[in-house]
Structure formats: structure tokens, C-alpha cells
Design a protein around this ligand. Structure first.
Ligand SMILES: NC(=O)c1ccc[n+]([C@@H]2O[C@H](COP(=O)([O-])OP(=O)(O)OC[C@H]3O[C@@H](n4cnc5c(N)ncnc54)[C@H](O)[C@@H]3O)[C@@H](O)[C@H]2O)c1
Length: 317
């Protein structure tokens, strides 16, 4: 593997996630070739990235050791797939969340790259054995599932296809660590991976508590933002339990295990998110934050500002 090849990554699809991945990889000093099949889209992404890098530099929030200009110089845009793939050792796919689109794209990619090139998908909801089902050599394939926006939220779930080699997992883990992400490895594929399964459990119980008239929409959000979330931005549920009893996790379970089991057995069935009752939950939410673009954009900006500050806080400690 030549030196420039070991430093070049191809990002396919230049929407929200593709642009973010490109910035993350460039911040780690990698050359990034951006490809999109919509004419002009990859070039447009470059313009957007240029603007964002400048803003981040001005706000002292730029990631990595390089200046915005140096990072920008590592990026290039392509409208030809073969050219975009030439010389890369790692491909990060970020196209629409449609199984057939991803499957046929990976078939095309496989024709253009050597056996040792790692093929990685950003999919949120599709398991690797589906995404890579039409690929001849799935041992070099995996899902690297980011959290939006990956520039501030560093977790990336590495999910293997049943045939993915250990070397591919290790190389991807090392790459993600090098560019400043926080990779976690799933030992096998599962629907929803880890993050979305935990998220689904939280959504389900929050929904049931509101639906059953136990708590308001506003207050269940406060339970998370002013309660559980305060810890969970810093330590996970396992460490939280370990620290919450004088002698650690075993002691915690002796004290609270039965209570947790009792509560768990009282959980209701999977909620119907489209029932008549669901409409009143949606209405309650919209009374707090109307769902027009102006209100939603303002709240998204506020969320991203919080995330930016939190990322800085975590970096500084
Ligand atoms: N948005 C999120 O919050 C989020 C979070 C984690 C993972 N993801 C995953 O990342 C992927 C991309 O999501 P997004 O939000 O960036 O989507 P997006 O719609 O913003 O961007 C998709 C881009 O892919 C391009 N594209 C579509 N088909 C293509 C093809 N065959 N070849 C090349 N380019 C193609 C489109 O032109 C578009 O620019 C999805 O699989 C999604 O599930 C999204």
C-alpha cells in the first residue's frame, strides 16, 4: 500500500452525513475524495464545508491539528465514481437510506477497487448482511454508524457482517480513533445496533408514561435533560450503577436489582405511535414547540450549540 493510498478516503454521498464525515476525516489529516451521483452536488458540498470550516476556526472549535485552509486543501470533489475511488484505502458510503440503492452502489464500487479496500456503510437501520448481500467479498465490509452530527457527537458503532474479518474491524477502529471519533465494536449484527435499541427502549417508556397520563410531554423531557442525561453525557448506565452503591455493581444489584425487575415487569406493550392517543401526544409537543420550519430550525440550532459546548467540555477534561 503506497503512502498516499494509506492516507486517502473516499466518501460517497455528500448530504448531511457525507459532509460531516468528510470534515472528520480531513481533521485527522486524511485526503478525502467526495463523490455524489447528483451533478454539482459534491462541489456544492465543498462550498458548504469551506463555510463551516471557517466558522469553526473562528469559534476555536475546529477539530484536529491543521488549519481550516490546510483541511480544505485535503478535500476534492468528483462526479465520476471510478476516479473518486482511485487510490483510496477506505470507502465511507453515505447515500440515501434505501437498501436497493446501497446494494447496487456497493456492487459498482466492488468493480473499481482492490480486494484490500475497506467498504464501510453509514446506514442507521439496515444490517450489514442486507447492505452487503450482493457483494462478492463481504470480509472487507462493515457498517460504521455515526450519530448526527458526527463532528460533535463522536460515537460510531462498528457493526460487522457475519464474514467481516477481525483485521477490518481493527483497522477501522484504529482509523476512527485516529480521527478523534469514539468507536464501539458490536460483536455481531442486530437490528437497531446498540444505540437505536437503547433509544427505542427510552422512547417506548417515555411514550407510555405520557399516554397513560402519568406525566406530561414537557416533564418527561425534563426527566432526561435535567436528570438522567446529566450523567449519561459523561458516564454510561453500567458505570452509573457501579458508582451508585458503596461497593460497586454487585452491591448495587443486591440493593436495587429486585426493584428494577419489579418495575421492568410492569412495562406495557410496544406503543401504537399512530393511534388516536398518539395524536394528543403530538399536539402537546407542538404546543411547546410548533412544528413549522422557523421554530424547528431555532431549536435545532440551540441543540447544536449545546452539543458544541458539551463536546468542548468533554475535550477539555
Ligand atoms: N441524518 C442522520 O441523522 C443520520 C445519522 C446516522 C446515519 N445516517 C445515515 O447516513 C446515510 C446518509 O444520510 P444523510 O442524512 O446524509 O442523507 P442525505 O439525503 O442528506 O444525503 C444523501 C446523499 O447521497 C447522494 N446519493 C444518493 N444516491 C447516491 C448514489 N447512488 N451514489 C452517490 N450518491 C448518492 C444524494 O445525492 C445525497 O447528496 C443514510 O444511510 C442514513 O441512514 C444518517
Amino acid at each position: 500500500m503506497s503512502n498516499s493510498k494509506s492516507k486517502t478516503i473516499t466518501v460517497i454521498g455528500s448530504g448531511l452525513i457525507g459532509r460531516s464525515w468528510s470534515m472528520v476525516f480531513a481533521s485527522g489529516g486524511y485526503h478525502v475524495k467526495i463523490y455524489d451521483n447528483q451533478p454539482g452536488q459534491a462541489a456544492k458540498a465543498m462550498t458548504e464545508i469551506r463555510k463551516q470550516l471557517k466558522e469553526l476556526e473562528e469559534a476555536c472549535m475546529l477539530r484536529g491539528e491543521l488549519t481550516a485552509a490546510q483541511q480544505l486543501a485535503l478535500l476534492s470533489s468528483y462526479e465520476d465514481l471510478a476516479q473518486a475511488l482511485e487510490g483510496s484505502f477506505f470507502v465511507q458510503e453515505c447515500v440515501f437510506e434505501q437498501l436497493d440503492v446501497k446494494q447496487s452502489l456497493f456492487q459498482d464500487i466492488e468493480h473499481h477497487v482492490g480486494e484490500d479496500i475497506i467498504l464501510s456503510s453509514s446506514t442507521s437501520c439496515l444490517v450489514p448482511s442486507s447492505v452487503f448481500s450482493k457483494i462478492q467479498n463481504p470480509s472487507r465490509c462493515l457498517v460504521s454508524h455515526p450519530v448526527n452530527p458526527p463532528y460533535y457527537v463522536k460515537l460510531v458503532e462498528l457493526v460487522p457482517h457475519p464474514e467481516t474479518s477481525a483485521t477490518v474491524m481493527d483497522t477501522t477502529h484504529a482509523l476512527m480513533t485516529k480521527v478523534g471519533q469514539a468507536p464501539v465494536c458490536l460483536k455481531k449484527e442486530i437490528d437497531g445496533f446498540a444505540l437505536n435499541r437503547v433509544q427505542a427502549a427510552i422512547i417506548a417508556e417515555s411514550w407510555r408514561l405520557v399516554q397513560d397520563g402519568v406525566i406530561s410531554v414537557k416533564d418527561i423531557d425534563l426527566v432526561m435533560s435535567e436528570g438522567l442525561g446529566m450523567r449519561y453525557a459523561l458516564i454510561g448506565p453500567m458505570e452509573t450503577m457501579h458508582l451508585n452503591a458503596p461497593e460497586g455493581l454487585e452491591d448495587y444489584m443486591k440493593r436495587y436489582g429486585e426493584g428494577i425487575r419489579r418495575v421492568l415487569t410492569s412495562f406495557g406493550p410496544v406503543p401504537d405511535f399512530f393511534s388516536e392517543g398518539a395524536k394528543s401526544i403530538t399536539k402537546e409537543m407542538c404546543e411547546l414547540i410548533p412544528s413549522d420550519q422557523q421554530h424547528l430550525s431555532a431549536r435545532k440550532e440551540r441543540r447544536d450549540q449545546f452539543l458544541m459546548h458539551l463536546a468542548k467540555l468533554k475535550k477539555d477534561h
